[in-house]
Design a protein around this ligand. Structure first.
Ligand SMILES: Cc1ncc(COP(=O)(O)O)c(C=O)c1O
Length: 398
C-alpha cells in the first residue's frame, strides 16, 4: 500500500485525547446503565418544527438539484443579514460563503489564512478541533493559555509573546466552548490591536453568539480596522437547533470570499438544495432562536444555583454558550481522576478540563444539553461525590 500523506496522518495524532471518559460512558449507557450524559454538546431537543416543515415542503417541491457553489443567493442574503446582526457590521451577500456547518467554515478559514509552514496562535481552553484543523493545513500552532484565575479571558501580552515572524493568524472563540467565558471588550481590543500591528488575520468563531446569557454579543469584526482582517465563523447548529443539518457560513472581506468560492468548487460543490431553502426559512424567521437562547440561560441559572454553595467546587467562566466550567481542584487536582470517579461512583459523565488544554486542568466541563431536572440531579450527585471525596481525604490525613 502506498503511504498515507502526512497531511491526513497528522490531523489527529494517535494516542489519548481526553475523550476516554465520554466514550466509556457512551458504551455503558448503550449497555443499559442510567448514566447522566453531560459530556456532549448537542441539543437534547429536536430542530424547531417550523424549520422541519419548511424542509419537507422544499423537498416535496422538487428542490433536489445542485446549487450555486457559494450558496443560493437568497441564502447568502439571509446569512449576510445574520452576520450583520452578529457582528454589528453591515454585511453584503458577497461577503459570506455557505459551508456545511461551522467546522467547514473553520477549515476554509484556516486554508484561506495560511500557507503550509506558517504559524497560528490558538487560545486554550479551546474547542477540540482547533489544533487538528490547523494541522490539516500543515501549519505550526502555539497555544496560549487563558488563565482560569482570569475567568478564562486571554491576556493580550501572552498572545503577543507567541507572535513569530511567520505568524499569520490568531483564532479565538466567544462565547467560548468549553469555558462559557464571554470575552470582554478589553480582551477583544487587546487582540485586535495585535492583529493590526502585526498584520494578522483573526478567525473569530462566533457559533454561540445568540447564547450569550446576560451579555450583549460583541464581535471583534466591529472594532476599528478589523472588518478587513476578520473571518467570522457562524453556524445554524447551536443558534437554530440544527446540528445535524450541517449548515454554516464564513464572513470576510469580499475579495477573499470571492476567491474562496473555488474552495467550495473542489470540496463541497455547494450545499444541498432543499436544506438551503429550509435554512433560508429558518434564518429569515429566526425559528427557535429566542427559545433556544432562553432555554440555555435557564439551564445555566438552574445548574449554577445548584452548585454555588457546594464545598470545594468553584465556578469560572460559565457566562454563555452551552457549557459550565467547574473548578474541582480543591477536591481533586487531577480532573481526569475526578471525572472517572464521578462516572464510576455516581454515573455522571463529564469532560475532564485538561482535554481542552492545560489551563483547564483541575476543572470539569459540564454540558447543559439536558433538561432542568437532570441537571439538578447531576448537581446533587456531584455534591455527594465531592463531599465523600473530601471526607476520605480528611480520614486519610487523620
Ligand atoms: C466552538 C465551536 N466552533 C465550531 C463548532 C462546529 O459547529 P458545527 O460544525 O456543528 O456548525 C462547534 C461545535 O460544537 C463549537 O463548539
Amino acid at each position: 500500500m502506498p503511504r498515507l500523506s502526512s497531511r491526513v496522518a497528522g490531523i489527529t495524532p494517535s494516542g489519548k485525547d481526553g475523550w476516554e471518559v465520554h466514550f466509556e460512558a457512551m458504551t455503558r449507557r448503550h449497555a443499559g446503565e442510567p448514566i447522566i450524559m453531560l459530556s456532549v454538546g448537542d441539543h437534547d431537543f429536536h430542530t424547531p418544527e417550523a424549520t422541519v416543515e419548511a424542509c419537507v415542503r422544499e423537498l416535496r417541491a422538487g428542490h433536489h438539484h445542485y446549487t450555486q457553489l457559494a450558496g443560493i443567493p437568497r441564502l447568502r442574503e439571509a446569512m449576510a443579514k445574520a452576520s450583520a446582526a452578529c457582528t454589528g457590521v453591515e454585511t453584503t451577500w458577497q461577503e459570506v460563503i455557505g459551508t456545511p456547518g461551522g467546522q467547514a467554515a473553520l477549515f476554509a478559514a484556516s486554508l484561506a489564512a495560511t500557507d503550509p509552514g506558517d504559524h497560528a496562535i490558538i487560545v486554550s481552553p479551546y474547542y477540540a478541533t482547533y489544533p487538528p484543523t490547523f494541522r490539516s493545513a500543515l501549519v505550526d500552532i502555539s497555544v496560549v493559555d487563558a488563565p482560569a484565575e482570569n475567568g478564562f479571558q486571554p491576556r493580550a501580552a501572552d498572545i503577543e509573546a507567541a507572535v513569530r515572524p511567520n505568524t499569520r493568524v490568531i483564532l479565538i472563540n466567544t462565547p467560548n466552548n468549553p469555558t462559557g467565558a464571554v470575552y470582554t471588550r478589553e480582551t477583544l481590543e487587546g487582540i485586535a490591536d495585535i492583529c493590526r500591528r502585526h498584520d494578522l488575520w483573526l478567525i473569530s468563531d462566533e457559533v454561540y453568539w445568540t447564547i450569550g446569557g446576560n451579555h450583549q454579543h460583541l464581535s471583534p469584526r466591529s472594532l476599528p480596522g478589523m472588518a478587513e482582517r476578520t473571518l467570522v465563523v457562524n453556524s445554524m447548529s447551536k443558534s437554530h437547533g440544527m446540528t445535524g443539518w450541517r449548515i454554516g457560513w464564513l464572513t470576510g472581506p469580499q475579495a477573499i470570499i470571492e476567491r474562496m468560492v473555488s474552495l467550495n468548487l473542489v470540496s463541497t460543490y455547494g450545499l444541498p438544495d432543499f436544506l438551503s431553502r429550509a435554512a433560508i426559512d429558518a434564518l429569515e424567521n429566526n425559528h427557535g432562536v429566542a427559545e433556544i437562547a432562553a432555554r440555555y440561560a435557564e439551564r445555566r441559572a438552574v445548574f449554577l444555583d445548584a452548585v454555588r454553595s457546594m464545598n470545594g467546587i468553584g465556578v469560572r467562566g460559565s457566562e454563555g454558550g452551552m457549557y459550565v466550567m467547574l473548578d474541582v481542584s480543591a477536591v481533586e487536582p487531577d480532573d481526569e481522576a475526578f471525572a472517572w470517579g464521578l462516572l464510576n461512583n455516581e454515573q455522571v459523565a463529564v469532560m475532564p478540563g485538561r482535554s481542552f488544554g492545560k489551563s483547564a486542568s483541575g476543572h470539569i466541563r459540564i454540558s447543559l444539553c439536558q433538561p432542568d431536572e437532570l441537571l439538578r440531579e447531576a448537581a446533587s450527585r456531584i455534591a455527594r461525590f465531592a463531599g465523600s471525596y473530601l471526607d476520605r481525604k480528611i480520614e486519610r490525613r487523620a
